[in-house]
Every structure is written in structure tokens, then in C-alpha cells.
Design a protein around this ligand. Structure first.
Ligand SMILES: [Zn+2]
Length: 187
């Protein structure tokens, strides 16, 4: 009888442990920003094509934020050197999906079914929309950070705390963005 109770207890505990384990892995899986590609090197060059000093500083602050994460290093291209990423702003920006605060175009090489190597990217901020909806400078920097996130390989996140949340001006780089970027560049 005692043996039976012990056996039963072990079984119950094992079930609880299993349940907890799958619960934890669900949380972990959800807390990683998805990625769509990566550059071949973690040092990536950029140039700021905006002529406005205001937008130059918005881009510069966004670059600083990604460099602080420590996964990739964005380095200003020397004059005459072709930059990997171009950062710019436009008076207005209309795409198929409507009016956007920012937009990133990119080209990539398909290395395999689940590996894309980014070869060029261009991120643009929509000045008229950002002014119309009264984005603060910090909010514009959040949008710039989001666009650079696409340019270095991240996709949209469902989490409102992620800088890669599709329609948000309030979030900056979160831990899940760092983890997502790390996994895009590992090995
Ligand atoms: Zn986006």
C-alpha cells in the first residue's frame, strides 16, 4: 500500500514538473523577437543621407542604442566607402500598406530555406507623418530604432514592449530584442 502511494506521488510530481517545464519554454519562446535575416559580419557600415541635422541626430541616437546592445556594431562609412545601410528621411512616404512613420527596404541572398543574408538596406523616416501626429524626438528615435532593427534582420514582434512591435512609438529596445538579435547572429 505504501509503495503504491509513493509511486502515485512520484507520478503526480513528475506531471507537475512536466507542466511547469512546458509552461516555462512557452514564455521563453514568446520573449524572443523574431528575425528574418542577418548580415555576413557583425560590423555593419551605415551612412546618414538626411540633410537635416535634427534627423541626423535622431538616426545617430538610434545607432547608439543598437551598438549598446553589443551584438552588432554599426560604424559610419568613411567618405567614398559604400555603406551597407542608408539612413534617411523623406517629406512624405506612401507605400502599398498606406502611410507609415518609417519604412525599410532591403535586398538579401537566400542562403537556404531558413537563412537570408542581408546585402543592403535603406531605412526612411516619414517627416510629415511624424510632425502631423506630434511625435516627440524620443518617439522619432524609437521609430528610427525600429527601422534599423529591420535593416539588421529583425521582424515584427507581437509584444508591445518590443521595439519591433508593428505600430508603436513608445517602446525602445527590450531584452527580447537583444535575445532575438543574438540568435540571428549566432554561429
Ligand atoms: Zn516595422
Amino acid at each position: 500500500m505504501l509503495k503504491k502511494i509513493v509511486k502515485w506521488t512520484v507520478l503526480v510530481i513528475a506531471t507537475i514538473v512536466l507542466t511547469l517545464t512546458s509552461f516555462t519554454s512557452t514564455i521563453l519562446a514568446a520573449s524572443k523577437t523574431p528575425s528574418w535575416g542577418h548580415w555576413d559580419d557583425t560590423t555593419i557600415t551605415y551612412k546618414t543621407a538626411s540633410t537635416s541635422s535634427y534627423y541626423k541626430s535622431v538616426w545617430k541616437n538610434a545607432v547608439k542604442r543598437w551598438n549598446k546592445v553589443g551584438v552588432v556594431q554599426l560604424r559610419a562609412a568613411k567618405s567614398g566607402e559604400k555603406a551597407d545601410i542608408t539612413l534617411t528621411s523623406s517629406k512624405s512616404l506612401s507605400t502599398k500598406s498606406g502611410k507609415l512613420a518609417g519604412y525599410t527596404n532591403y535586398s538579401y541572398l537566400k542562403k537556404s530555406d531558413n537563412e537570408n543574408e542581408i546585402v543592403s538596406a535603406k531605412s526612411t523616416l516619414n517627416r510629415s507623418l511624424l510632425s502631423k501626429y506630434k511625435y516627440s524626438k524620443n518617439q522619432r528615435t524609437n521609430v528610427a530604432t525600429h527601422e534599423i532593427g529591420h535593416a539588421i534582420g529583425l521582424s515584427h514582434s507581437k509584444s508591445e514592449d518590443s521595439v519591433m512591435y508593428a505600430s508603436d512609438r513608445y517602446a525602445s529596445i527590450d531584452h527580447q530584442d537583444k535575445v532575438g538579435l543574438q540568435s540571428a547572429y549566432e554561429d
